[in-house]
Design a protein around this ligand. Structure first.
Ligand SMILES: *Cc1c(COP(=O)(O)O)cnc(C)c1O
Length: 385
């Protein structure tokens, strides 16, 4: 019989051998653009703090006031005593931004998806999910006990086939997709998905973790191109462009009311600290007042893709696919030596054989930062070819 420590050591050895072991590297954020790691000062090109709001003076000041006023923690679940007054303010602001009746705020985006999906579907139902959907949408699906089918990435014909074959065998049908795909940076065809969902009496849910604040003048990927795509379940996170922490769902009143009474990750988990909620509120003020700031991360990403002759960036996320995990780690290492922090993304976060440099752009990157990175990445693309 293997003991626990032997089991863990053997697992680690297998991961090491395949270059798939992950390690936590201590990273100290210095300012909007830079961090130190292993004593080295680096320009960060892999943060999701797209608008640099985690470092924004106005946002920090509002968080500090809330911390003084309400304390460092919320003390209990929101259904007990954790529902401090800042929650209602944030929920109505999010609903207004997304043009829905109401919203509900969770402890994180991951917790939101683990709570939402099982509240809406169960064993009599079917879930269709994009193959590149975020891990927590798939985890929520598993937890729900619903039958699930994975459709090829952004493939409307494939979804149509799955709906035709499966929809009538089940009570309800939920279609899940990221709005902006987290590891590829491309967008879901939300308007077309919405038409398909309507035609088959299915419910459409988008995870807009990488859309809010940076797409559609800050409103998110349902608002790209001006018109609002009809997405009845708009989920997202407060931990990326909003710069703080937490997750949310924006939807119609009865849906939000149901989530508040049934989602287990809301009921059985402590409410967010007041300072985090205050920071999100202050961040929304900045976002609503500065549409030009919201457009910057995509603009910077496009500057980079243009310099490298890559397909035009659709979001602040640009993947440079190397393929092999070991080669990707080595490329990331060389970029670090050149002064750029770009994490290697490996399976199982991305499909086997598609290990990549996932490069993200923020409003604060300078032209010189981008040109410098483009030069360094050009040699990596050349080395990998
Ligand atoms: C980051 C992310 C989440 C999780 O959000 P957290 O607030 O970090 O837990 C969910 N979905 C997508 C697409 C993400 O990129």
């Amino acid at each position: 019989m293997t003991n626990l420590n032997q089991f863990a050591a053997a697992k680690l050895q297998t991961l090491d051998a395949r270059n798939l072991r992950r390690r936590l590297a201590t990273t100290e954020i210095l300012d909007e653009r830079q961090a130190t790691r292993d004593g080295r000062r680096l320009i960060v090109f892999c943060s999701n703090d797209y608008l640099n709001l985690s470092q924004n003076a106005q946002v920090k000041a509002r968080a500090a006031v809330a911390l003084e006023q309400f304390g460092v923690g919320s003390g209990a679940s929101r259904l007990v005593t954790g529902n401090h007054p800042l929650f209602a303010a944030l929920e109505s602001r999010l609903a207004a931004l997304k043009q829905t009746d109401d919203s509900v705020v969770f402890g994180s985006g991951y917790l939101a998806n683990l709570g939402i999906v099982p509240t809406l579907v169960g064993s009599e139902d079917v879930v269709l999910a994009d193959e590149l959907s975020h891990a927590c949408l798939l985890a929520g699906t598993k937890l729900s006990g619903a039958t699930s089918h994975i459709f090829r990435h952004n493939d409307l014909a494939h979804i149509g086939e799955l709906l035709t074959v499966n929809r009538n065998k089940h009570r309800h049908c939920l279609i899940l997709t990221d709005g902006v795909f987290s590891m590829d940076g491309d967008l879901a065809p939300l308007a077309d998905l919405s038409d398909l969902a309507d035609a088959h009496a299915a419910w459409l849910m988008s995870d807009d973790a990488h859309g809010i604040g940076v797409m559609g003048a800050g409103r998110g990927s349902s608002f790209v191109g001006g018109a609002k795509a009809n997405v009845p379940l708009q989920m997202g996170t407060l931990s990326k462009a909003i710069g703080s922490y937490g997750g949310y769902l924006c939807a119609a009143q009865p849906v939000i009311d149901l989530i508040k009474t049934r989602a287990r990750t809301l009921i059985y988990s402590t409410g967010l600290p007041p300072a985090s909620v205050a920071a999100s509120l202050a961040a929304l003020d900045v976002i609503e007042a500065n549409p030009d700031l919201c457009a910057q991360p995509v603009r910077k990403a496009q500057q980079f893709t243009e310099q490298l002759g890559l397909p035009k960036a659709q979001s602040p996320i640009v993947p440079v696919i190397i393929g092999d995990a070991a080669k990707t780690l080595a490329a990331s290492e060389r970029l670090e030596q050149a002064g750029f922090l770009v994490t290697a993304i490996r399976p199982p976060t991305v499909p086997e054989g598609t290990a990549r440099l996932r490069i993200t752009f923020t409003a604060a990157h300078t032209d010189a930062d981008i040109a410098g990175l483009a030069d360094a990445v050009r040699s990596e693309i050349f080395a990998a070819a």
